[in-house]
Design a protein around this ligand. Structure first.
Ligand code: 9UX
Length: 72
């Protein structure tokens, strides 16, 4: 089943930052779409939690130098 979650993104300073995050996440198996809004510092992620976990997503983005926090 597909789910959609919103995350707060820390550490972005330009549009290339948001593009990098979108590119890396969209290449992960199980991710349907990753849309980053630079202005609001938010990520909207649509994914299949049976194929990819939030922990893996957070780790990948941390590897790029950005932090993610799942919104409630
Ligand atoms: Mo822009 Mo982001 O020069 O890591 S790519 S600040």
């Amino acid at each position: 089943a597909r789910v959609e979650k919103m995350f707060s993104v820390g550490g972005m300073h330009c549009a290339s930052c948001s593009s990098r995050i979108e590119k890396v996440l969209s290449q992960l198996d199980g991710v349907d779409s990753a849309q980053v809004n630079l202005a609001t510092e938010e990520l909207r992620l649509s994914f299949d939690p049976q194929q990819v976990g939030v922990d893996e997503v957070v780790e990948r983005v941390a590897g790029l130098g950005f932090s993610l926090q799942e919104q409630s």
